[in-house]
Design a protein around this ligand. Structure first.
Ligand code: ATP
Length: 516
């Protein structure tokens, strides 16, 4: 665990050092849980967004995109339930004055039981070596069974308290489990209170005329209120989907873990409108499609798992998360929800407008049901960076830090380097870039030794380095070096474009999603 935290710290400082992520307003000591993306971060982020967007609107004829405004009529948030129900249970420690989400404290406690069990298993595995039978050990060892029983009991009690929105019971669980504040180490807790996560501001200039509006806490509602516009103008037939990428804002109580939990973040959401009664079939289908999207990146299939919800949100009849193994454990990256007709029916009621769809095959009108896939760009970014960050011991004893990013997502696709600054090599390198720059992001680098230049590119995940040397001037060939293997090969300059462009194309990822 300590080692994992260490990796996470390194990842955060690497992200800053190489222009991926900066603390917002850093020269003013920062703004909590708000981050800026640097010159490399923005490229990686844009590539992630394009991968998602294309996977939705290119691979599905019946999915189209929109871009709705961040500001929306305030009644929308009443209808969606966010004004009344978008709350987190919070609790303060009276000694440290630190604020926590009560549910997160309890989830951490559940994870502690898991840790204890896993440690026992690891210890026994070491002790017994090849003779170790893990299943038998898990089902017979007293300490494992005790911890397992405690975990199950806590989990049941916690799920019940969440379902009943019983704040007193949440506090009692924290007390009974003897959970302490990580800062003060004490159990001196306040009551648990509900806290609404929406930011608000005033729209309009005069005090009387001003209207309180919210910064959207999710992009989904912009899709719901536009669904008939899109259906009619796009002549869409159910089932069909609407995709959107955009900023969302939540006044998170506990902002921690870098870009995992931010107050301003970006979402990629798709609402898929289906016939009532068919929603669970589509829910399963989108679960599988979304998992394939993740796995196509090649970050390691074992790093993903589904986590079904204990407590369904007020609008859902099925919900699961896709969790990714971050350096701080398995965490939600994407939510997939079967939202029934909750949102559309509620908007019908609050707006007084009909939001029904006439189904020509059934010859009747109904309010469609909705499957939603909702993924955070920033969490996705973090998972890609975490999986890509690698420290490698080289044969010469040195260590190299390399970001093994999927090539189509890498910020820079090729660095072109003249071996020396003389003999026309820089000019030749420029010529190569002048040809490639219409297709891919290139970087020119002539400073320091070639070895140092390779390290710089490894650190930002550039899949290819092309070196112009003396031989180039004679026969128009260059060396091309591959990031992961560090192998170099000699190729003709006029082959470069097809080698590089083919390799880094998003098409490779998109095709994998479609493979069975
Ligand atoms: P959590 O339980 O972690 O607060 P959530 O279940 O409230 O997340 P959803 O409302 O399902 O999240 O939002 C969909 C996705 O948006 C999440 O899977 C996550 O990737 C992203 N997301 C939500 N809140 C944040 C945040 N504060 N910072 C960054 N990404 C976020």
């Amino acid at each position: 665990m300590a080692q994992q935290e260490d990796v996470f710290k390194k990842l955060v400082s690497h992200s800053k050092e190489y222009g991926f992520v900066f603390q917002s307003s850093e020269i003013y000591d920062g703004l909590s849980a708000v981050y800026d993306y640097g010159q490399n971060g923005v490229e990686l982020k844009n590539n992630i967004k394009k991968y998602w967007w294309d996977s939705m609107v290119l691979l599905h004829e019946n999915v189209v995109g929109i871009d709705s405004a961040i500001f929306m009529h305030p009644t929308i948030w009443k209808a969606s339930g966010h004004v009344d129900a978008f709350n987190d249970p919070l609790i303060d420690n009276k000694d440290s004055k630190k604020r926590y989400r009560a549910d997160v404290l309890i989830e951490d406690q559940l994870a502690k039981y898991d840790d204890k069990i896993n440690k026992e298993v690891e210890k026994a595995a070491k002790k017994f070596g090849d003779d170790f039978n893990e299943d038998e050990f898990r089902s017979t060892n007293k300490r494992v069974l005790d911890n397992q029983a405690k975990r199950v009991a806590l989990h049941e009690r916690f799920a019940q308290a969440l379902n009943d929105s019983n704040l007193d019971e949440l506090r009692q669980i924290i007390v009974d489990e003897e959970i302490v504040c990580p800062i003060s180490g004490t159990k001196n807790w306040t009551e648990v209170r509900q806290f609404n996560l929406m930011f608000s501001t005033d729209m309009g200039s005069t005090a009387e005329g001003a209207m309180k509006v919210f910064l959207r806490p999710e992009t989904a509602q912009g899709i719901f209120v536009n669904y008939l516009n899109v259906q009619k103008t796009g002549r869409m037939k159910i089932p069909f989907g609407i995709a959107q990428i955009g900023k969302a804002f939540r006044n998170e109580i506990v902002a921690r873990q870098f870009i995992f939990r931010m107050r301003e973040f970006e979402q990629m959401e798709m609402q898929f409108f289906v016939r009532p009664g068919e929603e669970l079939k589509w829910f399963d289908l989108w679960k599988q499609t979304r998992l394939k999207w993740h796995k196509a990146l090649g970050l390691g299939d074992q790093k993903y798992r589904f986590h079904d919800h204990d407590k369904l949100a007020h609008y859902a009849n099925a919900a699961t998360d896709i969790e990714f193994q971050m350096p701080f454990g398995f965490k939600e990256v994407e939510g997939i929800h079967s939202r029934t007709d909750f949102d559309l029916s509620s908007h019908e009621e609050y707006s007084g407008k009909k939001l029904q769809y006439f189904d020509p095959e059934l010859n009747k009108s109904y309010v469609p049901y909705v499957i939603e896939t909702s993924i955070g760009v920033d969490r996705m970014f973090l998972s890609v960076m975490a999986a890509a960050y690698t420290e490698e011991k080289l044969e010469n004893g040195e260590t190299r830090v390399v970001l093994k990013l999927p090539a189509p997502l890498a910020p820079v696709k090729v660095a072109v380097m003249p071996l020396t600054k003389k003999d026309g090599m820089p000019e030749k390198a420029r010529e190569i870039i002048d040809d490639l720059k219409f297709d891919v992001k290139c970087q020119y680098d002539e400073k320091d030794s070639i070895g140092k230049r390779y390290r710089r590119q490894d650190a930002i995940g550039t899949p290819f380095c092309v070196t112009v040397d003396h031989q180039t001037l004679q026969d128009n060939t260059v060396t091309i070096r591959h990031r992961d293997t560090m192998q170099q090969e000699r190729v003709a300059i006029d082959q470069l474009r097809s080698i590089i462009v083919d390799y880094v194309s998003l098409r490779n990822l998109l095709k994998k999603i479609k493979e069975d």
